[in-house]
Design a protein around this ligand. Structure first.
Ligand code: HOC
Length: 380
């Protein structure tokens, strides 16, 4: 059945069939009316590709260098939380697949496999993504641990100072540990394949978060996690101190304005990820793709600019690269395959993406990623 999956939508459908409703909706859902979630993908349709021909493209080189790391592909697996809830192999599967395709794996501090294990499995360059907790000692601890583990890139998420309004999660009662209403319980009962796997591999225990946080004994919704644990007082001085303490590749995820991109340069960051957290935080926020050109023009010569959000096709990746992104992050694009089929699912999804990028580069007449230029795009 996996070989029947040709694209994002096929994997999404397969994940929906396998996952209990509350878990599927946690991955698939976004904030408020989910306008930003939809627009993230729609934004790529605002422009058309204008190909060159007869450019000798028997061989194409899809590699890029970003944040000091050489990647075989211009895409990487963005950090996402709680992966062993979606499939019992979770981060292990994604780390292994990313390593096999020669790209970066973003380990989330809210992952369900330890940073050290994920690092060992992937073998490739590794990003460690974390949040700024109220507990400053914990922030320092996470950086020290990442240093010991040999992490290459620190990524601080800055768009989640309070929880987004995820109405699907409220309806299903999605929280850690689960606090399901009757409808939610019925949805779990309707997916015995997931439940059986979970019982066999996890022995009824919820996967533990890699970062120990005291949840005060109660169930913790995503919104409550952000609101209770993270520090809304965080400011540019705090981040500047962290960047200096780390002393290596440091990037901010969730930058959307030119003003903030400039500040990131000023405090010594080496990269930024334009992102609206997959539409899961501020609904109505512009898409990263729409903001890309303006930000690349402002800071692209001083800092690596990456983007994520809504990427479902190789041609989406090419459009972002043509505007000046150094690499493009994938989120739900690999999460649905993970949920649907574990490591083979993620590998198939990455392989499809690799093939699509290679084919599109050939059809665009581009031998290397650097050959992709703004002149290859026309906005409608
Ligand atoms: C228990 C806390 O980035 C999301 C994730 C954050 C997960 C927090 C989990 O859902 O957008």
């Amino acid at each position: 059945r996996l070989t029947q999956c040709q694209n994002f939508h096929d994997f999404r459908r397969m994940a929906r069939q396998r996952l209990p409703g509350p878990i599927f909706n946690y991955i698939d859902g976004a904030a408020d009316d989910e306008t930003t979630y939809r627009r993230n993908t729609d934004a790529f349709e605002a422009c058309d590709l204008v190909p060159d021909v007869l450019r000798g493209v028997a061989q194409v080189d899809m590699s890029v260098t970003v944040m000091g790391q050489k990647l075989a592909l211009p895409v990487y697996c963005s950090p996402t939380a709680l992966q062993r809830l979606f499939h019992h192999d979770g981060e292990r599967a994604v780390a292994a697949a990313a390593g096999k395709f020669g790209t970066m794996f973003g380990v989330s501090s809210l992952g369900t496999v330890s940073l050290e294990e994920a690092r060992q499995i992937s073998g490739g360059p590794q990003v460690y993504q974390f949040y700024f907790h109220k507990d400053r000692g914990l922030n320092r601890e996470m950086m020290a641990r990442a240093k010991t583990a040999g992490v290459q890139v620190m990524m601080l998420t800055v768009d989640s100072i309070t929880g987004g309004n995820r109405e699907r999660d409220k309806r299903t009662g999605f929280a850690i540990p689960f606090r399901l209403n009757l409808a939610g319980i019925a949805q779990f009962a309707a997916k015995p394949a997931w439940a059986l796997n979970y019982v066999t591999h996890e022995r009824f225990r919820l996967p533990q978060l890699d970062t120990h946080v005291d949840m005060g004994g109660g169930a913790m919704s995503i919104s409550r996690y952000f609101t209770d644990m993270l520090d809304p007082a965080m400011n540019w001085d705090d981040v500047a101190a962290m960047v200096a303490e780390w002393g290596g590749q440091f990037c901010l995820k969730g930058i959307m304005s030119v003003e903030d991109a400039r500040r990131a340069v000023d405090i010594g960051c080496t990269g930024i990820v334009l992102s609206n957290h997959g539409g899961r935080q501020l609904d109505g926020s512009r898409s990263a793709f729409d903001q890309l050109a303006e930000i690349v023009d402002a800071v692209g010569d001083r800092i690596d600019v990456m983007m994520d959000g809504g990427v479902q096709r190789g041609t989406h990746v090419l459009k972002a690269l043509a505007l000046g992104a150094k690499a493009v992050g994938l989120g739900r694009y690999y999460l649905f395959p993970l949920a649907a089929a574990g490591r083979p699912g993620v590998e198939r999804a990455l392989d499809l993406m690799r093939i699509e990028i290679e084919r599109a580069m050939k059809l665009m007449g581009c031998q290397t990623v650097a050959d992709l230029q703004r002149r290859h795009l026309r906005f409608r």
